[in-house]
Design a protein around this ligand. Sequence first.
Ligand SMILES: Nc1ncnc2c1ncn2[C@@H]1O[C@H](COP(=O)(O)OP(=O)(O)OP(=O)(O)O)[C@@H](O)[C@H]1O
Ligand SMILES: Cc1cn([C@H]2C[C@H](O)[C@@H](COP(=O)(O)O)O2)c(=O)[nH]c1=O
Length: 820
Amino acid sequence: MRIRPFRRLWIVLGVASFGDWLSLLATALFASAQFDGSAAQGAAFGGTIAVRLLPALVLGPIAGVLADRWDRRYTMVVVDIARFFLFASMPLVAIAGAPRGVVFAWIAIATFLIESITMIWIPAKEAAVPNLIPRARLEISNQLTLITTYGLTPVLAALSLSALTAGVQNAGVGLPGWADPAQLALWVNAFSRLATAIVVFFGIREISGRSAEREQAAQQGMFKQFVDGWRYIGGSPLVRGLVLGIFGAFGCGGIVVGTAKFFATSLGAGEAAFSLLFATLFIGLAVGIGLGPMVVRELSRRRWFGMSIVLASGSVIFLAFSIHLSMALLGALLVGAGAGMAFLAGTTLLGGEVTDDVRGRVFAVVQIGTRVVLMLAIALSGVLVGVGGSRRITLGAAAVDISSTRVLLLVAGAAGVLTGISAFRQMDDKRGVPVLADLWGSVRGRPLSPAEPFLKHGIFVVFEGGEGAGKSTQVDRLTSALQAEGRDVVVTREPGATDVGARIRSLVLDPGGAPSPRAEALLYAADRAHHVATVVRPAMARGAVVVSDRYVDSSLAYQGAGRTLPVNEISWLSSWATGGLKPDLVVLLDVEPSVGLARAAARGEGADRLEAESQTFHERVRYAFLDLAAADPKRYLVLDASRPADELAALITARVTGMLTADDTQLAPISTPPPPAAADATQVIRPADVTQVVSPTSAASADETQVVSAASAASAASAASADETQVVRPVEPRIVVLGPDATQVVPTRAAPSPSADETQVVPAASADQTQVLPPSAPADRESPTDVAVELTDHGTPVDPAAGDGPADDLARQTRNGGRP
Ligand SMILES: Nc1ncnc2c1ncn2[C@@H]1O[C@H](COP(=O)(O)OP(=O)(O)OP(=O)(O)O)[C@@H](O)[C@H]1O
Ligand SMILES: Cc1cn([C@H]2C[C@H](O)[C@@H](COP(=O)(O)O)O2)c(=O)[nH]c1=O
């Protein structure tokens, strides 16, 4: 309202809308007053309202073209002056003493003319709004406009008419003939048009003027402009989806209105129920428009639009099955809310996304189309259910009453749901982001963000783990191995890889400073945002292998589990900071905190602020890392970091080179030729010991954690990233869990099992509960993508080198591609 031209336009709209509602009633009443007898009066009343619909059908198609061709301010002014004369002419004809038949005929003609020119006024006004206010304010301006048009002004118009009637009645006899409420209302309406014309002409000059594209379009012939408008609507998936969706939502609303009377009867309820349903629908509409944006908050408007249509249509289906008035009222409320939200989201999207040169035509199609669809839906559904009645269907001994009202509601609801889904698909701007999680996140103020699109060629490997786990050591080793192959490797770390990061690092780690937990989380996120934007993404875009010492998981573990801040909030923060960039591989070096801290202390550099935290803090951190790995095993390589550094380095190099071999088409060219035995390049170093986490762990105790030794370099080479937005592996890895007396084949998350009948899927959380299979499953084990995992009876790691039991045989077979 602080935007002056918009404020004035809103006042104009309010007055115009008040006049519209007043004239709707007044013209119909005035027309019926020209007849005697209730039948003739009823026909005159209904006829005048029907006449208002005709122009939409006749003039609708070209109204938008005119609104796009002409100056919008002059269009509005000229139309309003014409409406002033037309409205004023109706009582004037009567005052002039014309016979009642002529008065009625003129009312019908004038109504037709008024509605016809209004068809041009509406799109001109609608198309002007987006030029007056910033895009971010469009939704709230639409909310205001819709609430004014469909909430405030009809009520005000009805109250004004009653007040006029009461005033005239109280004045008693002696008043002149023209002073009847309907005629007075027409005068009020006529002068309100004159007032709006003056305000638009003198007060909202900003509406004038044409963009260069509109100027250019106006040079074309009208027919071409008309055809282009339809081509634009049909050819743009967004606009097509919006238009179809809005029509669908209004169709649903119309069917509910059209069948409400029969529906109330089928519920065994009477007239009052009909009025209740009708009123509830409008209350729902107001709730959807007024409160919808507050509820969904930052949800993508494109998604919201599709979801609202599904809500409206799904609620129509719900209505079809309602067996009690309370259910029906709930259904009607939801239909209204869904339709209201769809209309608000739709008009806002149209205002923001449709360019100025075609906006008039698009708005004309929507405004006029919704009227037509609404009226057709009301009329046709009323006729259909009237003709259909209720059928008694006998199925054997049982007989069921099926009312055509419910069948119609069901069919319309199902069609609406399909329309909503199709609109959603056409317009979705967050493909790949789970819909319900996104909705839930948005309601809670944290919508999920899609991965930021960028041309990704490189591979992103991250090392995670507690203090002194050996990350820096392994980062160096991997880097050397890759560089020896001639790869472009970028070594980096968090926090502190950039100048900005170095300052943040000293802020968070210097024992002197003490940022609060939330400030600490934000500082790490700030370091990460800058790091990803300036180091990681550019390096990956050029095809480098990026190796980072710590990344998002450190925040989840240290600030989430360690500082006990809500992990989902830290996760959202990191996802925002990184634009959704996930590593292709996380190497988790798992070690007892006491061992790691002792190693770090042995460096003799003194403990930083986090290293100085308690033992329990570091234990929480450790289990948080393990939990993260268990939740997404394909992306993780979890290693027992107490093993010798050389062994770990061999395993990591094997896994990463395996990934690189698969990805070589995308990576930056290797600068030195590969070793002479090309076949060897595909041979993977056989690991002696890969540790895999097969169960989510609780942070409580070490005994509950199932960290198990595993072996299979082949799996290490193939079981890389599961992230759909990044590297997608053609073969899903699977984990073979070996116990001292049992073998279990556990497909990892969502892995399609090639031999489903041989595979028993068990919840990996508990080794005790696993189903026992004989230790021979050659078909499964021959798969090069299997990971052999060995368990002791209490789930702790077994060193395959230490024993020679059946488990070791199987582990060896797996390593050897199924050969004994
Ligand atoms: N596998 C290993 N076995 C024994 N000692 C190791 C192993 N890996 C690294 N170390 C030693 O442990 C110490 C810490 O190693 P490193 O600096 O690589 O760990 P880090 O995880 O990067 O530590 P921080 O988290 O403190 O940065 C070093 O002295 C290193 O030589
Ligand atoms: C990225 C990140 C790090 N931390 C902590 C973890 C460590 O204690 C230090 C970093 O020191 P290092 O010698 O480089 O390992 O910071 C954290 O708490 N949150 C994070 O996001």
